[in-house]
Design a protein around this ligand. Structure first.
Ligand SMILES: *Cc1c(COP(=O)(O)O)cnc(C)c1O
Length: 362
């Protein structure tokens, strides 16, 4: 069967070089070879996160570490900043972990602003907060730098940030932001096959976790820290992913991180231009658009054009491309086109051409 190229916001296309690395011969996870592989990856991963701290590798999807973060770092009550499907779900996940949790909800497509968080933290009830940097369901980017400033005002609150669909597509400086836990999945902007998640923690986060009894085992950040000192993971990792990660990070270094960031922004702007050219408006509030995907209104806002989204998806699939038909409660009212990972001006142009052809047939 012919492969349909993925322009959904994760998982995204995986290139040949990554697949080749992924199928490297197996090694033992306690062997010298593995420790060398792990150690080789660390400086590159730290460069991507702009950190001097270790970057841990969890064999799980992002939700594993998202759940683990709440279990490790919340003793009293967590504030879940909610602006879309992923950030909304974190409230439910926090409660299922047995934690006191409260929503700070804004309308989907709107940003979470520092003042809103300040107002909640001022109550003194919270010792942790969760934030999704790039809300993939709505294509909305939260003002992370401004929000992270609040850490200075509330030094005892754990700042837990999901950069699942933004890390490596834009500059995120873990140390300068002063965050306590930052995580990213591998199947979004990293363009790896799904299956591992990277995360970094502050020393303060490690110290706090050590005082929390019910942090479990698989996502215990104290276990991660102890093993990382020996260039290992707590349990058997997906070693294939670790090989693929090394190859991917080498690609990042060859391209240059600044070039990688500029490429993502440029391609997102091209997709926004394509949408505007066909009379569409964007779902996120102006000024808060994601650089890794574009969430387009299907006639929701005034003057917006209304189309048959499933039909557009079908026409695109016939042309070899998968695009997304909207997530959760905005399914059909929006559609999303991803430009994250290895996409180029040339590869995106093929998508715009196929979209033009498909639009003409609607
Ligand atoms: C995809 C995504 C997740 C969930 O990732 P899984 O790998 O499915 O666990 C969480 N947050 C954001 C912002 C995402 O885009």
């Amino acid at each position: 069967m012919a492969h349909t190229k993925l322009y959904i916001p994760g998982p995204v296309e995986v290139n040949e070089r990554t697949w080749k690395a992924f199928t490297s011969p197996m090694i033992g996870h306690r062997s010298e070879d593995f420790r060398k592989l792990y150690a080789e990856i660390q400086p590159m991963l730290r460069q991507v996160l702009n950190t001097g701290r270790p970057v841990f590798i969890s064999t799980s999807s992002a939700w594993g570490v998202m759940e683990g973060a709440v279990r490790n770092l919340t003793a009293r009550k967590v504030l879940n900043c909610m602006a879309g499907a992923f950030s909304d779900k974190w409230l439910d996940v926090s409660k299922r972990c047995g934690r006191e949790a409260e929503a700070l909800q804004v309308e989907w497509g709107s940003p979470i602003l520092p003042d809103m968080i300040d107002g909640k933290l001022a109550t003194g009830e919270f010792d942790a907060l969760t934030l999704v940097h790039n809300e993939t369901s709505t294509g909305t980017l939260m003002p992370l730098e401004e929000i992270a400033e609040l850490k200075k005002k509330y030094p005892d609150v754990m700042f837990i940030v999901d950069t699942v669909s933004s890390l490596s597509a834009m500059n995120i400086d873990f140390d300068a932001l002063g965050l306590d836990l930052l995580l990213a999945g591998c199947q979004k902007a990293f363009a790896l096959p799904p299956g591992i998640t990277f995360f970094a923690t502050s020393q303060q986060a490690q110290d706090k976790a050590a005082t929390i009894n019910d942090r479990g085992y698989y996502f215990d950040i104290c276990e991660f820290e102890k093993n990382a000192e020996k260039d290992m993971t707590p349990s058997t990792p997906s070693i294939s992913h670790v090989y693929a990660l090394r190859s991917k990070l080498q690609e990042f270094m060859e391209e240059g991180l600044e070039n990688r960031y500029a490429r993502h922004l440029r391609l997102a702007e091209k997709t926004r231009d394509w949408a505007a050219g066909h009379g569409f408006t964007l779902f996120p509030e102006a000024g808060y658009e994601s650089v890794t995907l574009t969430c387009i209104n299907n006639g929701q806002k005034e003057g917006g054009r209304v189309i048959d989204v499933p039909k557009l998806q079908g026409l695109m699939k016939e042309r070899g491309f998968a695009i997304d038909g909207g997530y959760g409660k905005i399914k059909g009212k929006t559609f999303r086109i991803s430009n994250m990972g290895d996409e180029t001006d040339e590869s995106m142009q093929k998508v715009y051409d196929a979209l033009d052809e498909s639009m003409a047939l609607l």
